[in-house]
Design a protein around this ligand. Structure first.
Ligand SMILES: Cc1ncc(COP(=O)(O)O)c(C=O)c1O
Length: 482
């Protein structure tokens, strides 16, 4: 068992919510026919966005040697439902990266500040700000509340260095029982770094039933530990179950008790609409390789609410007053960065949480993927996502003669669309996973597995189709003998 205290308690709380309810989607009797799936695709106003991506083919998935993605491949397109783990490559990424390489090759160090005509790229020194600005609308932030830097766990550490300031009795961090291991380790190590015992200082929220954690349970635990919690750190969308937490309500409740709240948005950014500013979130961090399609391990994002990012100078003083954080030269004002005078002038806002010179090649890849998001809005993507995932749920559960007990699998993600993003996690009866994995692979269908019995299936509205869903369910049903 992981270290920490596992607790529970019941009371009722009324606060604003981000779990807006949606009308139930209904599907006709012939919903599982190819023609019906194709008709939904034909009506999809976002269908052209799929053309912005390189869709792996059945043949390319099996390759054992490197072949350029520009080589024509007549094999059938695969069904890629793994955008919750690694998003597909936008076609423009290669062009952006080539532009970066050409800039570096032709003008060398001047690439830091020179805007080349006809380049899709900003000068390297402006790219992080540009990517941060474009990310704001994906996460509902005001200008200056987002920075692009480092990677997710590193950012969680940096943010905890600023927002987790344990004092005597108030030293605990509230997290979930099945936090992503990297978050669990990061929290554990922050606690011991401050000289406390993780076994006592990690307060783990347990699920109510099955794998789902109710908002009530979180609020009650906050009440119970209000005097000894220093920080609440939770996932926006839980990686294993795909549950979307009520960020607005939990944040507001924790604030009413004087607590700070941070969110790991790895599975939420680019997946569901977020309003981090409006919800008063203290801080958040996310990676960009899942629903944001910037490529494996690419540069990450972070949010710091504007009230925590202020930098003030008392009249007549050149000593900045600002929230403590770990710093480096990139946390400081760009205009004086190269004066090398060791006078630190923090960048106001989230930008002040950057530390080092960011990787331009990473930023290039992120800028390419953000350019695709610029063609639409997260709200429109969510509209399609709600339909795609509802369709997936409908086809999986279509056979109404079977109860949950009668079926060889069960959806553990909430069936209420307001409590989930794109992903459905399907728990198989013991012993089925291997065969299902083989059958899906043979059919050129990519999903991800969490052993021993779960597959996570994420139809992504940017590039997946209703036909993808219909194909997947057909093969899946055969594989589980249903
Ligand atoms: C919820 C969550 N948190 C943290 C991480 C770790 O991310 P990174 O390795 O980019 O720090 C992941 C990676 O998949 C994740 O899903």
């Amino acid at each position: 068992m992981a270290p920490g205290i596992i607790e529970e308690t019941p009371v009722s709380h009324n606060l604003s919510t981000n779990q807006q309810s949606f009308p139930k989607q209904s599907f006709p009797e012939n919903a599982d026919h190819e023609d019906y799936a194709r008709s939904l695709d034909a009506q999809d106003p976002l269908r052209r966005l799929r053309e912005r991506f390189i869709i792996p083919t059945k043949a390319s998935l099996k390759r054992k040697s490197l072949v350029s993605s520009t080589v024509a491949d007549s094999s059938e397109e695969a069904v890629y439902f793994c955008g919750n783990s690694l998003g597909l490559q936008p076609k423009c990424t290669a062009r952006y990266i080539q532009a970066h390489l050409d800039t570096w090759a032709s003008i060398g160090v001047a690439g830091h500040f020179t805007q080349l005509e006809s380049s899709p790229l900003k000068p390297w020194q402006s790219m992080a700000d540009f990517a941060a600005e474009q990310s704001c609308r994906l996460v509902g932030a005001r200008p200056g509340e987002v920075a692009v830097a480092n990677t997710l766990t590193v950012n969680l550490h940096l943010l905890m260095a600023s927002f987790y300031r344990p004092m005597e009795k108030r030293n605990k961090i509230l997290l979930e029982w099945k936090a992503f291991p990297s978050d669990h380790y990061a929290i554990e190590s922050q606690i011991s770094w401050h000289g406390y015992d993780p076994k006592e200082a990690m307060v783990l929220v347990e699920p109510d039933q099955d794998h789902i954690i109710s908002t009530e349970r979180i609020l009650c635990l906050i009440d119970k530990h209000a005097d000894d919690i220093a920080l609440v750190l939770l996932p926006g969308v839980q990686y294993y179950t795909g549950q979307l937490l009520d960020i607005a309500r939990i944040t507001s409740h924790a604030h009413s008790k004087g607590l700070l709240v941070g969110w790991d948005l790895a599975h939420a950014a680019g997946n569901v609409p977020l309003k981090l500013h409006e919800w008063n979130v203290d801080f958040a961090a996310w990676c960009t390789y899942k629903y944001m399609n910037a490529g494996p391990g690419s540069i990450a994002g972070l949010f710091v609410h504007e009230r925590h990012g202020k930098v003030e100078y008392a009249e007549g003083s050149d000593q900045p007053v600002f929230r403590h954080r770990l710093t480096g030269w990139y946390s400081g004002d760009q205009a004086s960065r190269f004066q090398m005078d060791n006078k630190f002038r923090p960048i106001p806002g989230a930008g002040g949480f950057q530390i080092s010179n960011p990787s331009a090649i990473d930023l290039t890849s992120l800028c390419a993927s953000l350019s695709v998001f610029e063609e639409t809005s997260i709200e429109r993507l969510r509209q399609k996502s709600l339909k795609l995932t509802a369709y997936l749920q409908h086809l999986l559960l279509k056979d109404t003669s079977q109860s949950d007990e009668g079926r060889p699998f069960r959806i553990v993600t909430p069936l209420d669309p307001s409590q989930r993003g794109a992903q459905l996690s399907v728990l198989l009866k013991p012993g089925l996973l291997e065969n299902v994995a083989v059958k899906l692979e043979e059919a050129g269908i990519v999903v991800d597995q969490r052993k021993p019995d779960v597959i996570r299936v994420a139809p992504v509205p940017l590039y997946n189709t209703f036909r993808d869903v219909q194909l997947f369910v057909r093969v899946f049903r055969q594989a589980v003998g249903h």
